[in-house]
Design a protein around this ligand. Structure first.
Ligand SMILES: Cc1cc2nc3c(=O)[nH]c(=O)nc-3n(C[C@H](O)[C@H](O)[C@H](O)COP(=O)(O)O)c2cc1C
Length: 179
């Protein structure tokens, strides 16, 4: 149980694979990790904060400017809290913003402030994955020291086949355990 009592920050961005993040959070909790979840606005189109709050047993971070959290600068406090962070799924958009140092919502502000190991599990249509901008952004993020778990090949939500499927939560968990 290498993750027991570890503080794991889980970022969820707006892709179809967001539903798989629920299972990842369950697995992390089963391993004894403390989990805090941050969702982008787009992620909330795919899965509800209520589900992820119940599974993580903690309030979910949604808004950079949340009146309920004005007693703390949350993007810094949560970045400092984390022993490791994983963004699963990581959209092409989040990868691009993180590579450019853009911090215009709670998740990307935390990503810019993190001091701990950071893992991206990208998931997207293969045409977005193969775009030179996405590949350049992944290269930049690796240069920054982040880890990238490459997506699986297979049938995508669109019915097309190619690279872009988010790896199964068990694979992501094993990667985090090996960090
Ligand atoms: C049905 C649907 C599915 C989507 N799936 C993905 C996806 O798997 N990966 C991705 O990068 N973007 C996907 N997008 C586009 C993102 O939701 C969009 O780029 C959004 O701005 C991402 O915001 P975020 O990165 O802040 O979460 C999808 C959009 C729709 C409408």
């Amino acid at each position: 149980m290498v993750l027991k009592d570890k503080h794991v920050l889980v970022g969820v961005s707006g892709g179809i694979a967001a539903y798989k993040s629920a299972h990842l959070i369950r697995l992390l909790r089963k391993q004894g990790a403390e989990v805090r979840v941050v969702m982008t606005r787009a992620a909330q189109e795919f899965i509800t904060p209520l589900t992820l709050a119940a599974l993580s047993e903690h309030e979910v971070g949604l808004d950079l400017f949340d009146p309920a959290s004005h007693h703390e600068v949350r993007h810094i406090a949560w970045a400092d809290w984390a022993d490791m962070a994983v963004v699963a799924p990581a959209t092409a958009n989040v990868l691009a913003k993180a590579a450019a140092g853009i911090a215009d919502d709670l998740l990307t502000s935390i990503l810019l402030a993190l001091q701990c190991p950071l893992v991206y599990a990208p998931a997207m249509h293969h045409q977005m994955w193969n775009h030179p901008a996405t590949q350049r952004n992944l290269h930049t993020l690796r240069e920054f020291g982040a880890h990238v778990i490459p997506p699986d090949e297979g049938e995508l939500a669109s019915g097309d086949v190619g690279p872009g499927r988010m790896p199964e939560p068990e694979t992501i968990l094993a990667f985090l355990e090996d960090l």
